[in-house]
Design a protein around this ligand. Structure first.
Ligand SMILES: NC(=O)c1ccc[n+]([C@@H]2O[C@H](COP(=O)([O-])OP(=O)(O)OC[C@H]3O[C@@H](n4cnc5c(N)ncnc54)[C@H](OP(=O)(O)O)[C@@H]3O)[C@@H](O)[C@H]2O)c1
Ligand SMILES: *[C@@H]1O[C@H](CO)[C@@H](O)[C@H](O)[C@H]1NC(C)=O
Ligand SMILES: *[C@@H]1O[C@H](CO)[C@@H](O)[C@H](O)[C@H]1NC(C)=O
Length: 373
């Protein structure tokens, strides 16, 4: 059975959170000091998010029976995860170690990382190695240095988990001049995936492909790619920028999987919506500011949010099912707008151009792989 997001659009979720939605939206508007046009757009996004969020919570509840995984033993394999010193990523790492997988962590705070490993060992998880490297995924040079160090030390990666992410927050441009959500959630991971492709290719086999797992969000359904102003600099709406970054991940996952197939690479890609999970990601949201009891009571725990991500890495049921969107360990149809091959290609070409990449897989043409900027 394949469910689709569009089925749920008609679902009578109204009563489930209607009052909260309206109250939160009105307070959000009242508290703002911005021009009316921006305010109205913000109000629209606030409503959309509350709607998508309530729907997501309901889906998490209805699909809870399928959000399960039996952890296999995968000794000798290597996973790389971005972020993961807290939130969902931390729980993913815990599960991977239990499977005796070697985990490479790319994080900004090495001290926090060391602490985390010590805690795992204290808890009695003795399997799996952990290797920490410094990575700020929002800074392109940091991504390059990180990838170089990893490539010097490792020759194979079986699972690449693009997990690090931020949500909402004020308008900030990174050192490279990109809006922070776009560069953290999408652009940095795009470059990382490109630079690590040889290691994924080296570990993949025809009958057991290596996997790229992108942690996206159901928020992609309200997303749109704003090619004219990819930073949303002229009219910054945090919610629009987040949704754009998450939609870009879905578009890219689909497009890239097609390229892997046509270039005959033993790699498959998935995107995963972990669910609506109670983590610090919501620190900038009105719901957490105004009604902190709701996330604590109704959202998934980080452990439950980690399950579909580990499932996308390890489940044999997904062999040869690349390019799919996973929700509560089921293949789920994302927003229909992500099916547009024109849009996928346009974004792919656009991003390659931003990063100076001329041949993503190195198989399509014989050109130098990176033209440094
Ligand atoms: N929570 C949800 O309901 C939900 C729903 C849909 C999708 N997601 C997605 O799930 C992923 C994980 O989110 P979460 O809920 O676990 O959030 P979280 O608790 O806030 O954790 C975010 C992680 O990303 C790392 N990170 C952020 N910016 C980074 C950067 N520039 N460089 C390196 N690492 C960076 C953080 O590391 P630091 O400790 O260094 O900040 C942290 O480990 C995100 O991609 C998010 O969009 C979450
Ligand atoms: C996953 O999404 C990132 C953007 O966050 C992109 O760079 C990366 O190549 C994607 N990987 C796949 C296989 O789709
Ligand atoms: C999020 O808020 C909690 C509770 O106020 C705080 O302990 C935590 O450090 C915050 N996290 C981030 C990343 O801001």
């Amino acid at each position: 059975m394949m469910m689709s997001d569009d089925d749920f659009l008609n679902f009578p979720v109204w009563f489930s959170g209607c009052t909260i939605i309206i109250v939160v939206t009105v307070i959000a508007i009242a508290k703002s000091k911005k021009p009316l046009k921006t305010l109205l757009t913000e109000a629209r996004y606030e409503l959309l998010y509350n709607y998508v969020g309530s729907k997501g919570m309901l889906q998490d509840f209805m699909m809870r029976g399928s959000n399960k995984i039996e952890l296999p033993v995968k000794s000798g394999t290597t996973a790389l995860i971005t972020g993961g010193t807290r939130g969902i990523g931390l729980e993913v790492i815990r599960m991977l170690l239990k499977c005796d997988i070697n985990v490479i962590i790319g994080c900004r705070n090495l001290q926090q990382g060391e602490l985390l490993i010590a805690n795992f060992r204290k808890e009695g998880i003795k399997t799996g190695n952990v290797d920490l490297f410094n990575l700020d995924i929002s800074v392109l040079d940091s991504v390059r240095t990180f990838s170089k160090k990893v490539t010097e030390k490792y020759s194979e990666i079986h699972y690449l988990i693009n997990n690090a992410g931020i949500m909402f927050g004020p308008y900030i441009e990174t050192r490279d001049g990109y809006e922070s959500q776009f560069s953290t959630n999408y652009l940095g991971h795009f470059l990382l995936t490109y630079l690590l492709l040889p290691l994924l290719e080296a570990s993949g086999k025809k009958e057991e492909k290596s996997r790229i797992v992108n942690v996206t969000s159901c928020a992609h359904v309200v997303g749109d790619i704003n090619f004219e102003d990819i930073n949303y600099r002229n009219n910054y709406i945090a919610g629009a920028a987040y949704a754009q970054s998450k939609m870009a991940q879905v578009l890219f996952t689909k497009y890239l999987d097609g390229i892997f197939k046509s270039d005959g690479l033993p790699i498959q890609s998935h995107c995963v919506h972990p669910g609506i999970v109670n983590t610090d990601l919501f620190n900038n949201s009105y719901i957490k500011k105004l009604a902190p009891a709701i996330p604590a009571l109704l959202f998934k725990t980080p452990e439950k949010g980690a399950i579909p991500i580990v499932y996308a890495c390890l489940s044999p049921k997904l062999e040869d099912k690349g390019g799919t969107y996973i929700h509560n360990c089921q293949i789920f149809e994302p927003s229909s707008s992500t099916n547009s091959e024109d849009l996928q290609k346009k974004l792919f070409d656009f991003t390659n151009k931003l990063l100076g990449i001329s041949d993503f897989t190195g198989k399509s043409e014989k050109l130098p792989k990176v033209i440094s900027k």
